[in-house]
Design a protein around this ligand. Structure first.
Ligand SMILES: Nc1ncnc2c1ncn2[C@@H]1O[C@H](COP(=O)(O)OP(=O)(O)O)[C@@H](O)[C@H]1O
Ligand SMILES: [Mg+2]
Length: 251
């Protein structure tokens, strides 16, 4: 379980998170929505201890993340797969080595036979062909393929949690749908608990059991897709209408 209580974060005079309460329960897929620049990535980074809040609590599996010692934090991070917004693949490493970096257990990482098998397995899980892509370099892949390799790396360490930062941003609608379907399938097949940060309302509604809307430093609503659609909250309505209009506009 992931619990954020009253989390605050500012950069200089800019208040980004202003008392965020946010929960993710075991087995859920939660979409964290919000316009660009509202602090979605910052929030996600507090969960893995990459950003330390100024105030409030970040608790993962009962552990107080901002106050963990280095060794404890690195143990906790082994249970969390993180899909970075830009894929964050290493250009100088081929797909095999990139995905292998996701194997967090040191002895498994060094075991060449295990690593080959695990990497091939993860590449198949994201609907790519190991024989075709393992020896390719990130620059040789399409945007959608790079996103999938990023996801393969995140699952390679058999995480309990998967945190996706905008997994469909920059993709065309067809490839975005493929990634959304993949997120959904991985949650079912691997039984992971996921948080998907996105500004894509359509994708969020397709994939998530529960949604949360971040706006002006706070989570203004958490609820099921049905509850969001029925909400009279002005910020929820404005966000949904804005995005549905954009979707129509783009179609
Ligand atoms: N390390 C940082 N230093 C200074 N400002 C930051 C840092 N990280 C994020 N910000 C600022 O915090 C705000 C929220 O950023 P971000 O979480 O990336 O937004 P989102 O992911 O919702 O688009 C932005 O204005 C961004 O410039
Ligand atoms: Mg972001």
């Amino acid at each position: 379980m992931i619990e954020l209580r009253g989390v605050k974060k500012r950069f200089g005079s800019q208040v980004v998170l202003d008392g965020v309460d946010f929960d993710v329960r075991e087995g859920e897929t939660v979409a964290l929505l919000g316009p660009s620049g509202t602090g979605k990535s910052v929030l996600l980074k507090t969960v893995i201890g990459l950003i330390r809040p100024d105030a409030g609590q970040v608790i993962v599996d009962g552990k107080d993340v901002p106050h963990l010692k280095r060794a404890e934090l690195s143990e906790l991070r082994k249970t969390i797969g993180y899909v970075f917004q830009n894929g964050a693949l290493f250009d100088s490493l081929d797909v095999y080595e990139n995905v292998r970096l996701g194997i967090v257990d040191e002895s498994k990482f060094k075991d060449e036979k295990y690593a080959r098998e695990r990497v091939a397995q993860c590449i198949k899980l994201v609907n790519l062909q190991p024989d075709a892509v393992m020896s390719q370099f990130p620059a040789q892949l399409s945007g959608g393929m790079r996103k999938r390799v990023g996801i393969a790396r995140a699952i390679a360490g058999e995480p309990k949690y998967l945190l996706y930062d905008e997994p469909t941003s920059g993709l065309d609608p067809v490839n975005a749908d493929i990634i959304d379907a993949l997120v959904q399938r991985l949650d079912q097949e691997l039984g992971v608990t996921s948080v998907m940060v996105t500004h894509d309302v359509r994708g969020a509604f397709r994939v998530a059991n529960r949604l949360a809307l971040l706006s002006e430093g706070k989570v203004v609503m958490q609820g099921t897709p049905q509850e969001f659609l029925a909400s009279e909250h002005p910020k929820v309505k404005a966000f949904l209408e804005r995005d549905f209009d954009n979707t129509q506009f783009a179609a």
